[in-house]
Design a protein around this ligand. Sequence first.
Ligand SMILES: Cc1cc2nc3c(=O)[nH]c(=O)nc-3n(C[C@H](O)[C@H](O)[C@H](O)COP(=O)(O)OP(=O)(O)OC[C@H]3O[C@@H](n4cnc5c(N)ncnc54)[C@H](O)[C@@H]3O)c2cc1C
Length: 467
Amino acid sequence: MEKWLEELQSLLPEGHVLTSLADRHSYSFDASFGEHLPDAVVQVKEKQEVADVLKLANRYKVPVHPRGSGTCLSGGPLPVHGGIVLDMSQFPAIIDLSPRDLTVKVTPSVLTGNINKAAEKHGLMYAPDPSSAHVATIGGNLAENSGGPRGLKYGVTKDHVLGLEVVTPEGEIIKTGGQTIKNVTGIDLTKLIVGSEGTLGVIVGATLKLMPKPPAVQTIMVAFDEVRKAGEAISQTLTSGILPAKMEFMDQACIIAVENFQPVGLPVDAAAVIIIELDGHPETLRVERGLIEEIMEEMGAKEIIIPKSDEEAAKLWHARKQVSPAIAKIKPTKVSEDATVPRSKIPDFMDRLELIKEKYGLDVVAFGHAGDGNLHPNILCDKRNVEEMKLVEKAVEDMFQAALDLGGTLSGEHGIGTMKAPFMELELGEVGLDMMKRIKDSWDPNGILNPGKVFPEKGQKLVLHHD
Ligand SMILES: Cc1cc2nc3c(=O)[nH]c(=O)nc-3n(C[C@H](O)[C@H](O)[C@H](O)COP(=O)(O)OP(=O)(O)OC[C@H]3O[C@@H](n4cnc5c(N)ncnc54)[C@H](O)[C@@H]3O)c2cc1C
């Protein structure tokens, strides 16, 4: 046994270091692509253990890959360089609310959906609502700067973080930010850590912002007979003075997939639907609902559906949540992207996706948070088909290029991880990427924390096929 592993085992309580092949396999994948076996899995339960592990790993220059629930769609927690997977999900899940301050302190293992459930008991809400909130950890959300449907009105994770407790790659415990809404003391390290994908530090605690829960919500579903019309209707709504909380898009393939999976009565003959949620005072919602109906009629909507009860509305939102598992039934492999464009460019991006689909003859479906320009084009394929996967690689590259041509970005919320690292220079330029790398190198001089993520390795390409 290697010396570092022997020392690690003597450092931590029995059972915290897992080395059996079965255990290591369980931590070799996430919800994206690729499998990489770690040398050891370490289940930490308190911040001092994290600090001890990082000190040791830094001394022996052993890679450490933090991991929450492993729901990442970009390869973030994969141990691509072996070493240690640091399982943060075994921390005690603590949610400590301060309703009078409108804040909550959490440990990294807390499931994001549970923060909102706890806040609701006090008439409050934690706004970020990734579709995976019921299974993903807040540590993972902070590391990925995750977003969800409500991002349209309320922003993403970084907009709701007041302070963090972080273990540095050299094993020191630091605090960033604090508990106040205003805080301009020095460089904003909180914002630097949020979205750094486990490459700068391990998050062991966070203070998050809460807000009053809106008194009422109104759901509206609108069906269109042309995808482009749906895109234009989204732009028109957002420039009308109304800001919905959510504005989600599903194309026909997604509608049919959901109906085949868990039917709720979505209009399967529509080319696309938009599902909208307005929130606020009931009187305001009544007026805004009328205005949206007018806009949608002007934009040539095929059908406007207003749910008759909260249960009916909940069914529509459940249907939207089911898109990911439903399309996964169509073909064995799903390559899920989240390139994002300025809102006014949504119709153009939809056109470009259609062209990519035709060019490579691939099964491409689209859904997502169209209100903030964050579509999720998914390529449905079969990873055993080498020739098809080579086309998928090219199609993904074209999608990124299309988003960047339209003034957009590689990722709206799923992060860079291993999957998008080869494309970073396309968006940031050589110097922009180098400036980012210099920050990484100064935080982590030995490069032990989550290597192989975000920053491309020399000549790295997106490879989804196995010859
Ligand atoms: C069905 C499905 C739906 C999804 N929907 C959404 C969505 O709507 N919006 C969205 O943004 N994402 C979505 N995702 C992606 C994923 O759920 C998020 O990225 C989530 O934040 C990952 O959390 P996790 O606990 O699973 O973290 P992991 O997948 O385990 O890790 C994610 C990253 O965070 C790092 N990390 C984890 N914990 C820590 C820590 N304590 N300190 C430092 N780094 C850490 C890891 O190294 C890795 O880089 C979805 C995924 C699935 C499978």
